[in-house]
Design a protein around this ligand. Sequence first.
Ligand code: SAM
Length: 483
Amino acid sequence: MSENFVNQIYYGDNLDVMNDKIADNSIDLIYLDPPFNSNRNYNRIYSTNTGMPVPEEAIAFCDAWELTEDKIEHIKLFTEELRGQDNNENFANFWEAWVKNLQFQNQKILSYLVFMARRLRIMKRKLKDTGSLFLHCDPTASHYVKIILDGIFGENNFKNEIIWHYQTGGISKRWLAKKHDIIFWYSKTNSYNYFPKNIMTKRTEKSLKRAQNPKGARILSSNREKLPMDVWTDIQALNPMSKERLGYPTQKPVALLERIIKATTKEGDIVLDPFCGCGTTLDAAQNLKRKWIGIDICMLSTTLIEERLKNNYKILIKGKDYIIDGIPITMEQVKALIEKSDKSKNEGRYQFQYWAIEKVQGFASTKKSGDGGIDGSIYFYKDENKTLGRMILSVKSNKKLQASFIRDLIGTMENNNADMAGLISYAPPSQDMLNEAKKSGTFKMKDGLFANVEYPRVQILTAEEILNGKKFNLPYSRLIKKT
Ligand SMILES: C[S@@+](CC[C@H](N)C(=O)[O-])C[C@H]1O[C@@H](n2cnc3c(N)ncnc32)[C@H](O)[C@@H]1O
């Protein structure tokens, strides 16, 4: 990377972004806290940021662990990469046998593992020889993930399993209270950077006394500080009152990230967080004068990070101190997004869809086989009892549109008992389509301040209109009561 490196926030799937935008052998530290059952997480930021309600059980696209066709394709690709570029026949054989078993036993974990495996392989390539990777997870899947890490990085490069113990949260009567996360540390090679003196911990009074005891079995230094260990108990998880909190349930404390960054990097080094969420790693890196790159597939998270950095480091100027990449702002960029999506067979092909849906404050759904053409939804309260109303969304990247798209959409709306339907298209709609949409009539709120206001039941927005900030005409989600 060049000397005039600018800090970067990328919106997009980290698989594509790492492949296309990040140079091999360029990163000093990768920290990742990938999603696993983190659905509530996205739902929470979505509601906080858009003011729109969303049903608890709605599953967002960034946390989908179904064994879809895409995932099956990824399983094949990963096996080929292991055999071809990596020359890792041993792990390829193990992986194939494992896949055969998991395909029947646990498809959810298999989907998660293949998603992680393809990305971890690329992360290793991006690291400098002196670099390290820290993967944050919890005991739900840590044992599976470690096997993948051993397979990709080599078990010789396994450095530590850090136990991060915290006290926050409730205590169950049915099992021992679950109060720790796991952070795996792997180096890329054996000549890795580690600066333990940067993260010395304070000795307790008891251990100080022991260290000074001349009759002690071991001769210990009388330093007031000791070398760090692999169980961390002195950093608390964020509680609802924490000043740092941004409303992101899986948000990690800055202190945790600072310890990892200090342990393995120097000032000016480059830190990458490919699942950067609300930007804790970037915040810690900025504070410690390291360079940073963050990637997230949710546009909302990009917005949150920008605000966070602006609030904490007032001197940061967009374009000069950092850039945001991947969010189309011209039709040309929208076109490039669609064309790129068509080429690659991975999840990135939904990127236009995700972008368009997030831009209209919709909630992008997972591509389930049974979702019958629903790419997303916008929820709103349709009466004073807060009954959820729903506009279903369909996104068409086709260069030519057909009037049948509207008829199909109306059918889907009716079959799903939705209140309204929205079509988002790359191309402008024909007059026929507009007429079809008009025929479907209007939607009215039952009560509240907007009772009897009419909203077209089926609406169409083009990518160009979305770029210009236009939204669907919807009942406002927070019901304002008549006084
Ligand atoms: C558990 S959160 C990370 C929280 C973060 N450590 C923090 O402190 O804010 C996981 C993040 O990964 C993002 N994500 C999921 N799939 C992704 C993908 N394929 N590419 C990039 N980001 C992704 C989600 O949008 C979510 O923000």
